[in-house]
Write a protein that binds this ligand. Structure first.
Ligand SMILES: Nc1ncnc2c1ncn2[C@@H]1O[C@H](COP(=O)(O)OP(=O)(O)OP(=O)(O)O)[C@@H](O)[C@H]1O
Ligand SMILES: [Mg+2]
Length: 417
């Protein structure tokens, strides 16, 4: 049949995007975090109510950056002033990055055209923060600290947003890469003070009241960031930021994301200039769910490989498995990287836990497998793996929340027969 010759699936029209920095078309879950933005954070800040910033942390590949990129895209579509994803390279000066991004927002908000001399002076000062960053404090240059300049500009942007009726959204990514403690503290204080700022405004009836500014701050990065804020800046950070540690996606979320392929087929442009539809067998969906173990990165990887495994209009289970075999080394590396990054003791803990039958995974048994005399000696390690990293859950018995790490440590996964 001529039909078979038409390539519906091509590399050019794959909706799956492993590892790319753009928002994937096949989106799964994260509903609580999306609705937190749409239903809580944005409306409350618009209404002038107090609301903390958001820190979204988690192990690599869980979709922290992508989640906030999507929130930022929605915000931008709603007319908000949004910074790009400000990725901090290791050891880079976050003050410079933030200052440059705020300068761009100031342009968007029309601040440079203001006739207010104070704003002119503020913009001049922020230029020097963008150029010199933390060095301004080191040199003990005359003038205010960078954080006061950043805070003042955020407040000015917030005032402009009140007039416009929109929100200012700042997204700083890879926050764990801020190695300079002073710079970190200055950034957190500037952001925290701006979020907490109360602005006097006139209410109907000639009443003078105060309100919060429509500012929303998102920080994303690895769980270690929590430790970095535990010291000096800790109290401010905890009071002004609400921290969420992302875990794996639920299987239901992955299934829901693939449902459009099962019901109507996924619409794509074909190579004849028309539109085609790509369907997925329910068995293929089940195979992807099983292989990716709730890891967003592995979900995209499995989907992409299945897409490339043939060119016709139906993705089968056999194609999913064939595709996964080709991706196997990448899937293994993904989990190995997460495990290798762990401190020795945490890695040992996970290995000991994985070595026990699921129902025997108690702190006492794990500690004894690790060769420790007392369960309490493994206490801090288990606490970190749970509350800081979100890799395990200390229930009765202990369970893995990072299901790909569990699969890697306890079975042949990612091998498929
Ligand atoms: N909700 C989601 N649904 C489907 N795919 C997702 C989702 N979130 C993220 N992904 C995909 O997972 C991969 C990893 O996402 P992302 O880069 O955002 O992770 P991360 O947590 O920021 O990782 P890292 O710590 O390495 O920066 C990307 O390919 C992205 O497309
Ligand atoms: Mg990221």
């Amino acid at each position: 049949m001529v039909d078979k010759l038409i390539a519906v699936r091509t590399p050019l029209n794959s909706p799956f995007l492993p590892g790319s920095d753009s928002i994937p078309a096949v989106w799964a879950g994260r509903t609580p975090q999306l609705s937190d933005w749409h239903d809580v954070l944005r409306p409350r800040r618009l209404a002038g109510l107090a609301e903390r910033g958001r820190a979204i942390l988690g192990e690599a590949g869980l979709g922290k950056s992508t989640l906030v990129r999507r929130i930022a895209r929605d915000a931008s579509a709603a007319g908000d002033w949004v910074t790009p994803q400000l990725r901090i390279p290791l050891g880079a000066d976050p003050l410079k990055l933030l200052a440059s991004a705020l300068l761009a927002l100031a342009d968007e908000a029309g601040l440079p055209t203001s006739r207010d001399r104070r704003i002119g002076a503020l913009l001049a000062r922020i230029q020097s923060v963008a150029a010199s960053g933390i060095a301004l404090t080191v040199r003990q240059a005359p003038g205010p600290d960078p954080f006061t300049v950043l805070r003042d500009l955020l407040i000015e942007l917030g005032r402009a947003a009140i007039r416009r009726g929109n929100v200012v959204l700042v997204h700083i990514d890879e926050v764990q890469n801020v190695t300079n403690k002073d710079a970190l503290s200055q950034v957190l204080i500037a952001l925290g003070d701006a979020i907490a700022h109360e602005e006097p405004v006139d209410a109907p009836g000639g009443l003078r009241i105060t309100r919060h500014l429509p500012l929303a701050i998102y920080l994303t990065g690895l769980p270690e960031f929590k430790d970095m804020t535990a010291s000096r800046t800790g109290a401010t950070f905890a009071r002004r930021f609400q921290t969420t540690t992302l875990a794996a996606l639920d299987d239901d979320d992955v299934a829901a994301a693939l449902q459009p392929f099962v019901i109507d087929g996924w619409e794509v442009p074909d190579d004849l200039g028309g539109m085609g539809r790509v369907h997925m067998e329910p068995d293929a969906v089940r195979a992807i769910i099983d292989l990716c173990r709730g890891e967003p990165f592995l979900f995209q990887l499995a989907g992409e490989r299945a897409w490339y495994a043939a060119a016709d209009g139906v993705i089968t289970r056999a194609q999913v498995l064939r595709g996964w075999r080709a991706a196997r080394p990448e899937a293994a590396t993904h989990v190995e990287r997460i495990l290798d990054r762990l401190p020795e003791r945490e890695r040992q803990f996970l290995e000991a836990m994985a070595g026990l039958p699921p129902e025997q995974r108690t702190l006492t048994n794990i500690a004894s497998s690790m060769g420790l005399a007392k369960a309490t000696e493994a206490g801090p390690t288990s606490q970190r793996l749970d509350s800081t990293r979100g890799i395990i859950e200390r229930g009765r018995p202990y369970t893995f929340r990072h299901r790909a790490a569990e699969a890697y440590l306890t079975s042949d996964w990612p091998d498929v027969s």
